[in-house]
Design a protein around this ligand. Structure first.
Ligand SMILES: C[S@@+](CC[C@H](N)C(=O)[O-])C[C@H]1O[C@@H](n2cnc3c(N)ncnc32)[C@H](O)[C@@H]1O
Length: 197
């Protein structure tokens, strides 16, 4: 069975344009088969992009699990002097995010696999619609790895479906030494603000 988090999707390529309409911004990007939410902006991602606090004007940001790149593109457009890292384990997702950034003439985006991020890079902001479906162990390992890279005053904004365990994830983050504030709850999605306690 194939998954959106496969390293190298086997599904035949079938590019589709997705339009993104946000408060104060509108753009489109190319999605493809074998990459999360082919052909449409995910409802949770839309809530993150619409409801998250305005990102700082500059700094180093991370889109953890970029898929085709909608979060990266929105961040890079809103904060053109920030550097936005886009990482994923799915090669087709990385290729799409890279070409989507080029298509929108965004020069402040760095795209790569998780191990491509140099060890000394820390993040002022992480935005993520995390891959809950990889299972709790992998999800926790991924969050442990990247939340540890938050700058001292850095924040991570996560969108998680309530039915996929947002509240137990928030409790687990609390046990790992993070403060978690629920910024909102809409259409079954929780928007969580996470920072080091
Ligand atoms: C729920 S999707 C979100 C995709 C995109 N950000 C969006 O909002 O449309 C989560 C993404 O995380 C990626 N992913 C899975 N495991 C990962 C890992 N260990 N490190 C980074 N990304 C991972 C998946 O391949 C997938 O593209």
């Amino acid at each position: 069975m194939s998954h959106y988090f496969d390293n190298s999707p086997s599904a035949a390529s079938h590019p589709e344009i997705v339009e993104v309409l946000l408060p104060g911004d509108a753009f489109d990007y190319v999605s493809d088969a074998g990459v999360f939410s082919h052909g449409q902006l995910d409802a949770g991602t839309k809530i993150l992009l619409s409801d998250a606090p305005t990102p700082p004007p500059t700094g180093t940001f991370l889109d953890l699990g970029c898929g085709a790149g909608p979060i990266t593109l929105a961040l890079a457009r809103r904060s053109p002097t920030a550097t936005v890292w886009a990482i994923d384990v799915n090669q087709r997702a990385l290729d799409l995010t890279r070409s989507n950034a080029e298509r929108l003439h965004l020069t402040n985006v760095k795209v790569g696999a998780p191990d491509d991020v140099p060890d000394d890079v820390v993040f002022d902001l992480i935005w993520s619609n995390p891959p809950i479906k990889v299972g709790k162990d992998l999800l926790h390992r991924m969050l442990t790895r990247w939340l540890a890279r938050l700058a001292p005053n850095g924040h991570a904004i996560l969108v998680v479906n309530k039915n996929l365990g947002s509240d137990s994830l928030a409790r687990w983050l609390g046990t790992e030494g993070y403060e978690v504030e629920r910024l909102g709850s809409r259409r079954g999605y929780r928007l969580l603000d996470v920072w080091r306690a």
